[in-house]
Design a protein around this ligand. Structure first.
Ligand SMILES: Cc1cc2nc3c(=O)[nH]c(=O)nc-3n(C[C@H](O)[C@H](O)[C@H](O)COP(=O)(O)OP(=O)(O)OC[C@H]3O[C@@H](n4cnc5c(N)ncnc54)[C@H](O)[C@@H]3O)c2cc1C
Length: 486
């Protein structure tokens, strides 16, 4: 072998930004107009098959509507499968006795449970959260959607929309067979990043409004951890002592995870976190993936130095880096921090939750949780913890008795469009409130509500004219325990 064609040991060099493709200055080319085949004409078209999109499609399908669900990957589940996020939070209120979430979110958990693929974190009952098997979730969600009469289009990207005033006239998708159009009475955006709504040219809110987004994490699974090994808290404490050092400067170390459902020697680890990226930007998304895989190697190397983890090995890396936040719609009602923490009830409530506001610092280490009971706690970059009260009460004051918060139907309705609903992570909430409603059991409820509303929107009508009371009736019939103020 000559020196010329000898393989080199190439290394990733940081910072990465200069190595990535990026838009070429102000250059553009005209795209010629063309006729594209209509792939489907339906009542409801849902884009994105994550927790929200799956439930929107299933709810509309069960209401007897013609539904098409478009997903860019070869499987459903969004972050629960593609990003390996394997925890579904509690269905119960803060009292741990009152069931506040049911419907399709609960049905998905039961279907996973029947396959042994969901384990409650509370051994004494089922008021805790659920650790699930992300792989089993893929076929549980196939069954749910197909069994609800939904037409599924996998490996298909939403590429663009054709707009007619305040309505979307067609959605253009791109797949292995090329480009095609989908025509629907109502379009549901379940893409997590508001792709559908942004393609319609409508303004959205990115992150905290200044463009700072909660950082994404790439999750991975590690096997071969021995019985008696240092637990994850110990691993965290050890890792947090050393900032990552690959970026020409100290970079905050991050690790969160839990044991897998089938084998306690296997763990899902969210051991990476990339700052300063917007996952709805192709260049940032690319940088985040490569940089997170580098962080993963850094973590794995140190993990092997810990007692009981010496023989650990990488089982797999999630198909994509997990996104916590990017674009959200500007809705008829933008849910606020005060409404979430105060447990505000709404006359048009369509979902309920108890998960706290959980904000990963967009610019550095640390996570801030604000709980419904009046307390906050901050986890520092070194693993340290601080507590306090956000309600101005002294430290020892009794906890607030807020059972849950609600999300109104108006938070699913984009201000500038008439035949579109947004469900899940991209629903209308400000940065803080989104930090609470973004979790999957909440997104599933928002999806179910969007599907139920889309199903009763008369042809050509606005989703704004839908009677929220009728949506609530449908949800209650479908075992959603909405607490109505009337
Ligand atoms: C590291 C991490 C840890 C988390 N921990 C938890 C946790 O413990 N518990 C919890 O409940 N939540 C957790 N979350 C949050 C939660 O996973 C997400 O907020 C939730 O999955 C959002 O659901 P969604 O349906 O709105 O969007 P997503 O889950 O993002 O689903 C969007 C779907 O749309 C598809 N899509 C996107 N764009 C297009 C397009 N243009 N065309 C076609 N398809 C498209 C995607 O492939 C995906 O399937 C975590 C998130 C991260 C990143």
């Amino acid at each position: 072998m000559t020196a010329r064609n000898r393989p080199k040991d190439f290394e990733v060099v940081f910072p990465l930004r200069d190595f990535l493709a990026h838009p070429n200055g102000h250059k553009s080319v005209p795209e010629p107009a063309r006729e594209v085949p209509v792939l489907a004409e339906c009542d409801v078209a849902v884009f994105g098959g994550g927790p929200a999109g799956v439930c929107a499609a299933a709810a509309a399908g069960r209401a007897g509507k013609q539904v098409v669900l478009v997903e860019r990957y070869g499987f459903l589940g969004g972050m629960a499968t593609a990003a390996d996020v394997n925890v579904l939070h509690s269905l119960y209120g803060t009292d741990r006795k009152t069931r506040v979430i049911g419907g399709l979110a609960e049905e998905i958990i039961r279907r996973l449970q029947q396959r042994g693929a969901a384990r409650n974190t509370n051994p004494a009952g089922e008021s805790g959260g659920w650790i699930i098997c992300s792989e089993t979730a893929k076929f549980v969600l196939d069954d749910l959607v197909i069994g609800s009469g939904v037409r599924l289009l996998l490996h298909t990207w939403l590429a663009d929309v054709i707009r007619d005033g305040r309505r979307i006239a067609a959605a253009l998708v791109e797949g292995k067979s090329g480009r095609g159009a989908i025509l629907a009475n109502v379009y549901v955006d379940g893409t997590g990043d508001a792709d559908l709504i942004r393609r319609a040219g409508v303004q959205t809110q990115l992150g905290d409004g200044q463009g700072r987004c909660q950082p994404p994490s790439l999750c991975f699974r590690v096997g071969g951890c021995k019985a008696g090994a240092v637990g994850l808290r110990g691993v965290q404490a050890e890792l947090f002592k050393t900032p990552m050092d690959y970026n020409g400067q100290p970079y905050p170390t991050f690790l969160w995870g839990n044991p897998g459902i089938w084998d306690s020697r296997e763990h899902m680890l969210a051991g990476t976190r990339v700052l300063g990226v917007n996952l709805a930007d192709s260049t940032d998304l690319t940088r985040a993936e490569v940089e997170a895989r580098y962080q993963l190697r850094w973590v794995l190397e140190r993990l092997k130095a810990m007692p009981g983890w010496e023989d650990c090995y990488l089982v797999d890396v999630a198909a994509q880096i997990g996104g916590r936040e990017s674009h959200r719609i500007l809705a008829d009602h933008q849910l606020t921090r005060e409404e979430v923490l105060g447990g505000e009830s709404f006359p048009d409530a369509v979902a309920q939750g108890t998960y706290p506001i959980d904000i990963h610092n967009p610019e550095g280490p640390g996570i801030l949780f604000e709980h419904l009971d009046g307390t906050w706690n901050r986890i520092g970059g070194d693993g340290s913890s601080q507590q306090g009260r956000w309600d101005g009460q002294p430290a020892g004051a009794p906890p607030r008795g807020t059972l849950c918060y609600q999300v109104p139907y108006r938070s699913l309705v984009p201000r500038d469009l008439d035949n579109v609903l947004a469900a899940g992570r991209c629903a209308g909430a400000n940065h803080d409130a989104a930090g609470a409603i973004r979790v999957m059991v909440n997104c599933m409820q928002l999806g179910q509500a969007a599907g139920a509303a889309a199903a009763i929107t008369p042809p050509g009508a606005s989703v704004r004219q839908v009677d929220a009371g009728q949506v609530q009736e449908r949800l209650i019939e479908d075992d959603v325990p909405l607490r109505l103020a009337r």
